[in-house]
Write a protein that binds this ligand. Structure first.
Ligand code: DAH
Length: 343
């Protein structure tokens, strides 16, 4: 065989070499590195090859030898360590690292808000994402054909058998209705969840997002109670104590308001997130409309209450400086692993 053929053969043998016992490792050593081993042979033959071939193979041969020696020493270490622990497991070897999971940014915000309301007696309520017209609209004082329904672009689900149509809930306010139908006051709940709107997807808006709804019903609940509760929330969540309530309209609350938090205008970022006003829009809120209480079987002559609803994506994007809402839904681990670890 030519010298180059022998080198080829050697490379192939090294590639295929395996060891599963200590004896295999010893055989490997004798075959390649021993005093009558392959390398000894090749190096003595090397002396006789032409100077052209010397140039061609010299470096390669040294590298192959170093590789065989490296392989041998790593196997010897592996197998001798194995022997210490009775050829079973070596309990002294470093463990394999398992990357810890991380919380999703939306979960971090959601859990924080749940904790804040939990501390003042609110518990978590849930409802279905596929909702009927009654719970998403009619019970909330959106009569059929009422223009207020156009405030929310809705995904409809047609029943192929001609039964009632369903919708993907457009807001978590549907959970208010379900809770009031099933529970007696006093009611103090927050309802976090996913909602859906038939809107074009862009860096700023998505057809899927998350909201948290709040509802408090009891005897003698007033607008002042609402204001106090929202002030407490603003302080706990944003660390800001100045809020304002701007008149607004929702079919299910009367009066209705938008709550803004005074964020400040100290730097470039403040200007950007408050659009130069210093005020940050946080949520919609209001006193539950008596017609809604009545629809849900609660006597509006006896009870009153307030409700509020806020989106989570905006807060998450602000808190974590996420530039594009779509990142929240892509589940790219390079993005997700940057957030607070789960353990
Ligand atoms: N459901 C409203 C929305 O999605 C948010 C909202 C406003 C909820 C006022 C409320 C409320 O409970 O009182 O736009």
């Amino acid at each position: 065989m030519s010298f180059s053929g022998r080198v080829e053969h050697l490379i192939q043998e090294l590639n295929e070499a395996k060891a599963s016992t200590k004896e295999d490792v010893e055989r490997f050593r004798i075959k390649f590195l021993g005093s009558k081993g392959v390398f000894k042979d090749l190096f003595s033959e090397f002396k006789q090859v032409s100077s052209d071939e010397k140039r061609q193979f010299g470096k390669q041969l040294n590298e192959l030898k170093a590789r065989a020696e490296g392989q041998f020493s790593s196997w010897s270490k592996e197998f001798s360590e194995g022997l210490v622990a009775n050829e079973a497991h070596d309990l002294t070897r470093p463990g394999m690292t398992v990357a810890p999971g991380a919380h999703h940014p939306i979960s971090i915000i959601k859990d924080e808000i749940i904790d804040i309301f939990h501390a003042i007696g609110f518990s978590v309520a849930e409802g279905p994402e596929i909702e009927d017209d009654w719970h998403n609209f009619s019970a909330l004082n959106f009569p059929p054909e009422h223009p207020a329904r156009d405030m929310q672009d809705t995904f409809f689900i047609k029943d192929p058998n001609g039964g009632q149509d369903y919708v993907l809930r457009t807001h978590t306010s549907s959970v208010q209705v379900r809770t009031m139908e099933n529970e007696k006051p006093p009611i103090r709940i927050i309802a976090p969840g996913r909602v859906f709107r038939n809107e074009a997807v862009s860096a700023r808006s998505h057809c899927i997002f998350h909201q948290i709804e709040g509802l408090y019903i009891d005897k003698g609940v007033t607008f002042a109670d609402m204001k106090q509760t929202l002030e407490y929330f603003a302080k706990a969540f944003f660390g800001k104590s100045k809020i304002r309530l701007r008149p607004s309209y929702f079919p299910f609350t009367e009066p209705s308001a938008e709550m803004d938090v005074y964020w400040g205008l100290e730097n470039e970022l403040d200007h950007r997130i408050t659009k130069g006003t210093g005020w940050l829009e946080v949520m919609g809120c209001g006193m539950v409309d008596p017609a809604v209480l009545a629809s849900c079987g609660i006597d509006p002559e006896v009870y009153s209450g307030f409700a509020f609803g806020m989106g989570l994506e905006r807060s998450a994007m602000q808190r974590f400086q996420i530039p594009d809402i779509r990142m929240i839904f892509e589940n790219d681990v390079r993005f997700l692993s940057q957030f607070q670890s789960a353990i």
